[in-house]
Design a protein around this ligand. Sequence first.
Ligand SMILES: [Zn+2]
Length: 297
Amino acid sequence: MSSIGELTYEVFINAPPRQDNGDLPNGEPRLFSPLASTLIYGVEDAVLVDPGFTTDQARALGDWVAGKNRKLTDIFITHGHGDHWFNANLLAQRFGARVVATEGTIGQMHANVAARPFVWDKVYPGIPRSPVTAVTVPDNRFTLEGRDLVIVEVGHADTEASSVLHVPDLGLIVAGDVIYNGAYLYLSEASLAGLDHWRQGIDLVESLGARVIVAGHQNAILDAAAARTIAETREYLDVAEELFRTQKSAVDYFNAMVERYPDRLGRTVLWATAQAVYGIRDNPGQDPVQFIAGGWL
Ligand SMILES: [Zn+2]
């Protein structure tokens, strides 16, 4: 728990669900990455960021939020990937909260709902109904007990139209998937867009000067130091780019990254990335979307 002035934040790490469609190339079960939900709160009110995507997570997270005895006014969604928000409507109804996102993220949320039958629902049972109920806020700002919460749009990070939530009073950035912390990065979409877009997003996050960064995917044993998480995310992009050049196949890339980063969590995400990047590379002229989706299957 960290508090400065009247605002406080706490992070809830949602247990990663297991996929039931076979094992990873090294024989491990397919386990998703742990997902961080952040509660920022004052004396009476609270704002929740990225509420997860299965009904099990919604129940556990919702009970944790209820235990804080604050009125949940808003649920903010950093980007359109379903793992960060398919629970938004369920928790918004439980607490009578508004769901907030940027216009770009709302577009990506619709795209993720459309992709549910082809990807999400194929590998994860227990995702609730997920209508897109998010609204934008004027000038990308809203408040919590009079304190500014500033939405900063960073463009393409691990998906299009990513954003972070800056809480100047806490020196805090809730970074969604722009910054990772001890988990494998999802590069399937970014490798198409070019990793430099993501690097520019990291530069923008760094320019905000926050002290702490809550990464959307993280290992709970690690701290949230902004400087370290930024440096490690940059380094991972460089290492991945180098290994994409030198490794001949998806399995080679997977094994090389496991060897380079043995302690990072979420190897299912690493394998999804490997299959997408090498599938696209080995099948020029075919629709890349089938390989990005197929990486999870
Ligand atoms: Zn994510």
